[in-house]
Design a protein around this ligand. Structure first.
Ligand code: ADP
Ligand code: MG
Length: 286
């Protein structure tokens, strides 16, 4: 098992004031084997980010049991937990990158958890590796921005830096929270294809939350629907019908959320089919 959640509940803010907390997850049970690729979909506020943060071991659930990469993170010592976290890669919707940081430093940060402290500290001043970060950025068509400052990049370019960082980290469990929300459709497809090819070639488990349904169905073989903090379905992409999606997004406006805001009805051609799995060719490294 890559991870297993048993009846996990999360109440934000409950530690300081148990009565006043805000419930984000309710009795969530979910597991994935190594190498599985699943998308978490659902309306805003459904609990997608909270679920990914539980898997990333960045929040401790209020109830239930968590196993990630065969460990219970909340029974580990500080250094064991640090080692476990270095095996988990997280892509944030708005990557937490200090504004003046250079792109190369932001990508190298992916490995800081794996390096001894002196190498990590030194790499903030003298990049410990240039070819590695450049190769990962090239997969995302960003190799020419290696030495740019992050605050000169657009939101979509920053998201691609976040993807390059996690590819450079080479984790065993890859968690992506709305990783392409600020990208145009072509770059979103390029970025997701690189995450999939990484997952396929190294046997990495990939879990991505996506607000838009078309990208989820096109790329992911397994779809988990979350609403109001609960898993409401867990289905192969081919079984996710228009009706299932309409129930999931019932509280939103009439149309299903899609990447380019076009009306969407899943047809067999939109839906992931493992036999047709294509990886967009990475851009040429110059
Ligand atoms: N740090 C927090 N403190 C209080 N409430 C929170 C916090 N983070 C999320 N929530 C609430 O928990 C619910 C689930 O949020 P979230 O996991 O971010 O959902 P999603 O990613 O699907 O939009 C929402 O109602 C949100 O307002
Ligand atoms: Mg979210």
């Amino acid at each position: 098992m890559s991870f297993q959640l048993d009846r996990v509940g999360v109440i934000h803010g409950a530690i300081h004031d148990p009565g006043a907390g805000h419930r984000a997850l309710r009795s969530v049970s979910l597991a994935a084997r190594r190498g599985e690729r699943l998308a978490i979909i659902g309306p805003s506020g459904a609990g997608k980010t909270s679920l990914l943060r539980v898997l990333a071991t960045s929040i401790r659930p209020t109830e239930g049991r968590v196993t990630v990469l065969d460990r219970n993170p909340w029974q580990l010592t500080g250094s064991e937990l640090k080692r476990l976290r270095s095996r988990i890669g997280a892509i944030h919707q708005a990557p937490p990158i200090p504004p003046r940081q250079r792109v190369i430093t932001a990508v190298i940060a992916g490995r800081l958890g794996q390096w001894p402290w002196w190498k990590s500290a030194l790499s903030l001043f003298y990049p410990a590796d240039i070819a590695g970060p450049r190769d990962q950025l090239a997969r995302l068509d960003l190799a020419d921005r290696l030495f740019d400052r992050c605050d000169r990049l657009s939101g979509g370019q920053l998201q691609r830096v976040g993807v390059a960082r996690v590819l450079y980290q080479a984790p065993e469990l890859l968690l992506a929270d709305e990783p392409v929300s600020a990208m145009d459709p072509a770059l979103a497809d390029l970025s997701i294809s690189q995450l999939h090819s990484e997952a396929a070639t190294r046997g990495v488990t990939l879990v991505a939350s996506l607000h838009v349904v078309d990208v989820a169905l096109r790329w992911f073989p397994r779809i988990v629907g979350v609403r109001a903090g609960e898993v409401v379905f867990d289905l192969p992409a081919v079984k996710v019908s228009d009706g299932v999606l309409r129930d999931l997004y019932a509280s939103e406006t009439g149309t299903l959320p899609t990447q380019d805001n076009q009306p969407f009805h899943p047809t067999p051609a939109d839906v992931h089919d493992a036999s047709q799995f294509k990886v967009v060719a990475p851009p040429r490294v110059i």
